[in-house]
Design a protein around this ligand. Structure first.
Ligand code: NOJ
Length: 513
């Protein structure tokens, strides 16, 4: 008061600056923010995480069946995806939930070993094809677009025994499989995602033990996987482009996982950038940059280290000039899975990591400060500003590509009152709208996940669903959480209203769905 009386103009300016300048977030929270016309909302799942029916009707074994059957307590709760959400039988309920939410599309993945039990197109499993036809037709009956991921981590075990993604022949195996899907389902599927999260497939599966097939062949296998995977993706893309696009009229791209890497201080800016280039530039640069190929910093650093370590050639395989051209531009959109951020600092100590290894090549380390609030998953902290920075970097680095957010979500340990999940979704959607206001061309948003499901090595201990799944009941009863009601309202109004309080007594299907 005293201040106001003595310095009225100054104080008013200061006061309004506090209100207006404090942050965009504050400004936005006081209003309802609208999404642009044509913006699409959906939810996502993946075959191994929800389907069950692991050996039903002619399906063969995949790497997750194999690993969890041979080493049951590889997952935290010693459980597996044998039954999971039983969506193989309960898919109509899944579609009903999509209708309840009023979704524009539903993203799901196809199980390679369910459609092609030999892994190859010599023998098609009619029952498997029928299952996906049923799901697709059920969605379309209610005007929900199917968005199909061709590969979400469940490689046929037989292909793994032939070295999986480190065998260059996988370019043909994957593109033959993709062609089968275009032929079978492309008359009705207009959104295709070739591969989900290359980093998790290659680094976690081949350079570590945190995903099947747990090869842990560090510093080499993950790079071979990366190269083959990118070429396989590009080949499938070009098959669609040349043989199917004209008649089917769809769109096709890849989904890359990316966290935001924030430098600890300015001194660590270069380390953070190197880490970005390794962690997601590795897959984005070959496809979305003007020059194509792996990021220069990866090529230089791994070549130099490999020479010093006594290798005859770089541990990072080279693309031929023809492959660079084939991969460059091979995605109609930048599919982005984003969840969280890390603080990065430079770390040259070779004592921290095995040599050679991926993180020894990076020479940086990341952490999440203890005051960042977080989800049930140890790696998932609620950092909406990181989403804004990531979208900005993608816009600036890759000439403002069309972006589809193909996953974003939050885990709890269960329960229907999920305020933290609601806070997370609102914060991230708000940050995304900020980036869009700055010019980012985001067209699609997908919540992970429609319902609780098998969270890989975490089993069923971490829950990502808008719907809770009761794994004790044979019907795998699905019940909407509070966040489902909030998401439904966002989709219905095409707007983000921080003050909306849902009535959670009954979930209905609105007219038109
Ligand atoms: C990304 C993966 O695509 C999905 O399968 C997983 O469940 C979520 N992240 C949450 O960890």
């Amino acid at each position: 008061m005293l201040l106001l009386r003595r310095f009225p103009t100054f104080t008013l300016t200061l006061f309004s600056c506090i209100l207006l300048c404090e942050s965009n977030t504050l400004k936005a929270r006081q209003t309802v923010r609208n999404f642009p016309d044509g913006f699409l909302f959906g939810t996502a799942t993946a075959s191994y995480q929800i389907e069950g029916g692991w050996n039903a009707d002619g399906k063969s074994e995949n790497i997750w069946d194999h690993m969890t059957h041979n080493n049951p307590c590889v997952t935290d709760d010693c459980l597996n995806g044998d039954v999971a959400d039983d969506s193989y039988n309960l898919y109509k309920r899944d579609v009903e939930m999509a209708r309840e939410l009023g979704l524009d599309f539903y993203r799901f993945s196809i199980s390679w070993s369910r459609v092609l039990p030999t892994s190859f197109p010599d023998k098609m499993n009619e029952a498997g094809v029928q299952y996906y036809n049923n799901l697709i037709n059920e969605l379309l009956k209610y005007n929900i677009e199917p968005m199909v991921t061709i590969y979400h981590w469940d490689l046929p075990q037989k292909l793994q025994e032939m070295s999986g993604w480190t065998n260059p022949h996988i370019v043909d195996w994957f593109s033959d499989y993709s062609r089968v899907l275009f032929e079978q389902f492309g008359d009705r599927v207009k959104y295709w995602i070739t591969l989900n999260e290359p980093r998790e497939i290659c680094y976690q599966g081949y350079g570590s033990v945190t995903m099947a097939p747990q090869l842990n062949i560090q510093g080499t296998a993950e790079y071979m996987c990366a190269k083959n995977l990118l070429v396989a993706h590009a080949k499938a893309y070009h098959i669609y482009d040349k043989e199917f696009r004209a008649t089917q009229g769809g769109t096709i791209g890849i989904t890359i996982s990316a966290s935001w890497m924030e430098p600890e201080t300015e001194d660590h800016a270069e380390a953070a950038e190197v880490m970005r280039q390794f962690e997601w530039g590795q897959y984005a640069h070959p496809i979305f940059s003007k020059a194509g190929d792996f990021p220069p910093v990866m090529k230089e650093r791994i070549a130099a280290k490999s020479a010093a370590q006594g290798f005859q050639r770089s541990r990072l395989p080279e693309f031929t000039a023809e492959e660079v051209e084939m991969v460059r531009g091979s995605s109609d959109f930048f599919g982005l899975n984003h969840y969280s951020s890390v603080i990065v600092f430079k770390n040259e100590s070779s004592l921290t990591y095995d040599v050679p290894s991926y993180y020894d090549d990076i020479e940086a380390n990341g952490y999440q400060p203890s005051d960042w609030s977080g989800a049930a998953s140890s790696w998932l902290k609620d950092v909406p500003w990181g989403f804004y920075k990531l979208l900005t970097a993608i816009r600036e680095n890759y000439d403002n590509p069309v972006v589809f957010i193909t996953e974003n979500g939050y885990s709890t340990y269960g329960g229907l009152e999920d305020e933290d999940r609601i806070t997370y979704y609102r914060g991230y959607l708000n940050a995304m709208l900020d980036a869009m206001e700055d010019g980012s061309d985001v067209r699609v948003y997908t919540a992970w996940s429609l319902m609780d499901n098998f969270e890989w090595m975490r089993g069923y201990t971490e829950r990502f669903g808008l719907y809770e799944v009761d794994y004790e009941s044979p019907e795998r009863t699905r019940t909407p959480r509070k966040s489902a009601f909030v998401y439904k309202e966002i989709v219905r109004t095409r707007a983000l209203d921080f003050n909306y309080e849902p009535n959670t007594t009954i979930m209905t299907i609105d007219e038109g769905h």
